[in-house]
Ligand binder design. Sequence first.
Ligand SMILES: *[C@@H]1O[C@H](CO)[C@@H](O)[C@H](O)[C@H]1NC(C)=O
Ligand SMILES: *[C@@H]1O[C@H](CO)[C@@H](O)[C@H](O)[C@H]1NC(C)=O
Ligand SMILES: *[C@@H]1O[C@H](CO)[C@@H](O)[C@H](O)[C@H]1NC(C)=O
Ligand SMILES: *[C@@H]1O[C@H](CO)[C@@H](O)[C@H](O)[C@H]1NC(C)=O
Ligand SMILES: *[C@@H]1O[C@H](CO)[C@@H](O)[C@H](O)[C@H]1NC(C)=O
Ligand SMILES: *[C@@H]1O[C@H](CO)[C@@H](O)[C@H](O)[C@H]1NC(C)=O
Ligand SMILES: *[C@@H]1O[C@H](CO)[C@@H](O)[C@H](O)[C@H]1NC(C)=O
Ligand SMILES: *[C@@H]1O[C@H](CO)[C@@H](O)[C@H](O)[C@H]1NC(C)=O
Ligand SMILES: *[C@@H]1O[C@H](CO)[C@@H](O)[C@H](O)[C@H]1NC(C)=O
Ligand SMILES: *[C@@H]1O[C@H](CO)[C@@H](O)[C@H](O)[C@H]1NC(C)=O
Length: 578
Amino acid sequence: MHLLHHLLPLLLTSVLYTAAGPTPAASQCRCLYGEPCWPSQSTFSALSDQLSQPILHPVPPESACYPPSSPSGNCSALLSSFDNGDWRADQPGAMQLPNFQTYTLPNGTIEACYMNVSLGVPCEQGSVPPIGVDARTVEDVRAAVVFARQNNLRLVVKNTGHDYLGRSTGRGAFMLWTHHLKNMTFDQEFVPDGAPSSAEKVSNAVTLGSGVAWHEAYDFVQERGRFILGGISVGGTVGAAGGWIMGAGHSAFAPTFGLGVDNVLQFTIVLASGQHIAANAYQNTDLFWALRGGGGGTYGVVTSVTYRTHPVFSLSMAVLTANFSSMDIAQSVITKFIKSQPAWSDKGWGGYSSINSSSFQLQYVAPNVSTADMNATLSPFVDFVSNATQGASQIAYQNFSSFIEWYAATYSQGPPQVGYPILGANRLLSRALAAENPAQVAEKLLSLNGGVLGTLSVAGGAVSEVDPSSMSVFPAWRTAVAELYNTVTWPEGSPNSVIQEQVQALERNTEILNEITPDSASYMNEGSPYEKDFKKSFFGDHYTKLKDIKFKYDPASLFVVPLGVGSDEWDSDLRCPV
Ligand SMILES: *[C@@H]1O[C@H](CO)[C@@H](O)[C@H](O)[C@H]1NC(C)=O
Ligand SMILES: *[C@@H]1O[C@H](CO)[C@@H](O)[C@H](O)[C@H]1NC(C)=O
Ligand SMILES: *[C@@H]1O[C@H](CO)[C@@H](O)[C@H](O)[C@H]1NC(C)=O
Ligand SMILES: *[C@@H]1O[C@H](CO)[C@@H](O)[C@H](O)[C@H]1NC(C)=O
Ligand SMILES: *[C@@H]1O[C@H](CO)[C@@H](O)[C@H](O)[C@H]1NC(C)=O
Ligand SMILES: *[C@@H]1O[C@H](CO)[C@@H](O)[C@H](O)[C@H]1NC(C)=O
Ligand SMILES: *[C@@H]1O[C@H](CO)[C@@H](O)[C@H](O)[C@H]1NC(C)=O
Ligand SMILES: *[C@@H]1O[C@H](CO)[C@@H](O)[C@H](O)[C@H]1NC(C)=O
Ligand SMILES: *[C@@H]1O[C@H](CO)[C@@H](O)[C@H](O)[C@H]1NC(C)=O
Ligand SMILES: *[C@@H]1O[C@H](CO)[C@@H](O)[C@H](O)[C@H]1NC(C)=O
C-alpha cells in the first residue's frame, strides 16, 4: 500500500503534468524557507508577474508590538482587536487560535511571537508561512498551486476562520491565502456543470467563494428571502466554503436541515495539475463524494461551493441554567438530558450545552415552533431539573421571526472564541447509547477532569436520514445525536511542560469518552491534533477509498495537512515522506 502510493505518483506524473512542467518526485522532502533549494528572487518575480496582487510576506500579528522599545507596527490595534475573529481573518499571518502560530522545537523550546511583550521572549515567525499569495482570482490560485508543485514547496492553504488541527499553518511553508475569494451569486435556477438537459434544476441555490465568512453568507441569503444552513460561532467568522464544509459542517439547525455536506450541489476546485474543475452529482463524482467529508486542504483548493437554500422560518429558543450542589444531582440531571437527545433531535431541534459537576447551561433552538409549543415539550425536563436541583435552575424562552434575527441576537457578539490558545477533542454520541444507557454517558461525562466540557446537539433528525455511503463524511454521523466535546487552554507564553499537561488532560478525557464510543468516532474539525488514530477516528471505513481518490487527483501529494487523508505517509512536520 505504502510503496504503491509512492510509485503511482511517479508513473502518473509524467502523463498528467507534462504540459505544466516537471514535478519533483514525491519521495523528496519538501523545500522549506531558508534552505538552499528555496526559489530565488527571480523565480518569485516570475510568479509575481502572473498574479493580480503583490506577493505576501505574512508575519505574526503580534510582531507589530516588537521591538517593545520601538514597535514596528500599530501595537494598539493588535491589543484592541486580538480576540476579534474578523480582524484576525484579515491578517494573513494571524491564526484565529494563536497556539497554531507557534512552533515547538524537538527540545521543547517554543518559537513564537507573544502579545505580552513583558514575557521578554523575542518575536519569532514560528509556524507562520513567511511568503505567500493573496488569491483574488482563480488564475491566482492556479499560478500559486503550479508554482508550489514545480518548486517542491510545502503548500499551506489558509482560508478564513479557525482551524483546530493547524491545517492552515506550516513552518517554512508557502501560503495560498483564499480569504479574498469573496464572490457570492444567487441562482433562481441552478444547473450543475455537466448535468444532462433532462436534469432537474435546483431552485434558489447560492454559490459562495471560498473566502466568504458565514456571517456574510447569512446576510446575502436573507436579503433574498431564504435560509442557508451554516456554521454557528461568535462573530460568524467560520469560512462558508472551506474546511467547515469539507469536514461535515455542523449546526444547531442540522437536525432539521442536515449537515452542511447534505446541502451541497457543487464544488469548484483547482487541482494540483492547475486544472480548475467542477465536482457534482454528474461529473467528477468520486471527487464530489470525497469533498463531502474527506477534510480540507487535501484534494485541491476549493474555489467555490454551491449550496441549496431553504424557505425562511421563525423559531424559538430555550435557555436553561442549573447549579448542582452534589454529584448525585448532577448525575440525575445529565442522565435525563442525555436520554432526551434522540426525541429532541427527531423533532429537528438542536443546541449547545456546557456541563461540569457544579453547573449546566443549555441553549436549544426549535425551528418553526412557538414558544408555547417549545415549553410544552420541554416542561417535563425543566420540571425535573427544577425539582432535582431544589429550585437552583432557570428557564427562559424567546422567539425570533427569522434565523438571522436569532443569529444577530445571540451570536453576532459574545464572549470571544478566538485570540487565545485552544486545543479540543471530541467524540460522537450514538443515538443507541443515549437512549439505552444515558446514566453511563452522564457518569463518564461528569468524571472528566480538566478543561471545558459540553455537548453539541447537531445530529439526529435529518442528519440520520441520509445514506451513510452516499458521501465520504464519517458514517458515524448518521447514527449520532450529539458531539461530546472537551477543550483546554493555557496562559500565553506557558512553557511546553505546562502545555503538555493540558494535552495530557485532553488525552485522559478522550480515553474516558472512548469507553462510551467504542469506534472512537470524532468530528475532525473539532478534533485533536494529538488524536491517536486519526484514520479510524476521523474517517472510519471511508479512509481507504478517500485515499485512493486523493491519489487519483493529487498523485504527487501536493496537498497534505496534519491528520488529513494521506498525511500518514509524511513525517510529523509534513516535510519528508516516511
Ligand atoms: C492604530 O490602531 C488604532 C486602533 O485600531 C487606531 O485607532 C489608530 O488610528 C491606529 N494608528 C495608526 C497610526 O494607524
Ligand atoms: C533547543 O534547540 C534550539 C535549536 O537547536 C537551540 O537554539 C536552543 O538553545 C535549545 N534550547 C534548549 C533549552 O536546549
Ligand atoms: C505579561 O507577562 C508578565 C510577565 O510574565 C506577567 O506578569 C503579566 O501578568 C502578563 N500580562 C498579561 C496581560 O497576561
Ligand atoms: C466572481 O464573479 C464574477 C462574476 O460572476 C466572475 O467574473 C469572476 O470570475 C468570479 N471570481 C471568482 C474568483 O470566482
Ligand atoms: C463549572 O462551570 C462554571 C461556569 O462555567 C464555573 O463557574 C465553575 O467554576 C465550574 N466548576 C467546576 C467544578 O469546574
Ligand atoms: C414550517 O411550517 C410550515 C407549515 O407547517 C411548513 O410548510 C414548513 O416546511 C416548515 N418549515 C420548517 C423549516 O420546518
Ligand atoms: C413570542 O413571544 C411573545 C412574548 O413572549 C409571545 O407573546 C408570543 O406569543 C410568542 N410567539 C410565538 C409564535 O411563539
Ligand atoms: C410553560 O408552560 C407552563 C404550563 O403551561 C407555564 O406554567 C409556564 O409558565 C410556562 N413557562 C414559561 C417560561 O413560559
Ligand atoms: C423530586 O426530587 C426528589 C429528590 O430530591 C425525588 O425524590 C422526587 O421523586 C422528585 N419528584 C419528581 C416529581 O420528580
Ligand atoms: C448558580 O450559581 C451562581 C453562582 O453562585 C449564581 O450566580 C446563579 O444565579 C445560580 N444560578 C441559578 C439558576 O440558580
